[in-house]
Design a protein around this ligand. Structure first.
Ligand SMILES: [Cu+2]
Length: 187
């Protein structure tokens, strides 16, 4: 559909507004494109809570700019966040989107579903684990995990670990959980 992704990026730059919240230290390393982007993301997941924290960007790539041998990646694919933080999925390259994985959400949380080639933002409503995928590239291993701090953080840990995934989604989640364990994110 979008045959010229870079003209889209330029358009976003041109349309950028100044209503973006002040960047947190975590956000300060984002590049100029991210800094200039407007805060007009769609929220098809529904407003489960209001944004009270920082904005964390996760970019969607067809080819990993840091490792050209890797394809279909979220960067970063493992994120630690707080309740009220906004996760913003940015379609850096075409044909990607982000959807939460139903079996990998905290109890009572609906999650989100982004459109292809569209930015989607989601405000984290509760502590716990949030698994996500790019639907067209789920079996290609385009997946990620958000760990939201707070009481009950590990309530859905077992369920999230036990979730099944197609194709390369399974080994990618194994690697993500191993990294999270190594970083002691579930302690
Ligand atoms: Cu994708």
């Amino acid at each position: 559909m979008l045959r010229r992704p870079w003209s889209m990026a330029l358009m976003l730059l041109t349309l950028s507004a100044c209503d973006r919240p002040a960047p947190s230290p975590e956000q300060a390393s984002s590049d100029a494109l991210a800094t200039a982007r407007s805060d007009t993301a769609s929220r098809p997941g529904g407003a489960e809570t209001t944004p009270t924290g920082k904005v964390i960007e996760i970019r969607m790539y067809t080819v990993d700019p840091d490792d050209l041998s890797r394809q279909h990646v979220f960067k970063p694919r493992l994120v630690r966040a707080e309740i009220g933080d906004t996760i913003r999925f940015v379609p850096t390259e075409v044909s990607h989107q982000s959807s939460s994985i139903g079996a990998m959400l905290p109890d009572g949380v609906s999650g989100w579903e982004g459109a292809i080639n569209a930015e989607v933002s989601y405000v984290l409503p509760a502590a716990g684990l949030y698994g996500f995928q790019c639907v067209p590239h789920y079996a290609a291993g385009m997946v990620g995990l958000i760990v939201v701090e707070g009481e009950g953080k590990t309530d859905n840990l077992d369920a999230a670990r036990a979730a099944s995934h197609p194709g390369l989604g399974a080994p990618q989640f194994s690697a993500i959980f191993a990294e999270a364990d190594e970083r002691r994110m579930f302690d």
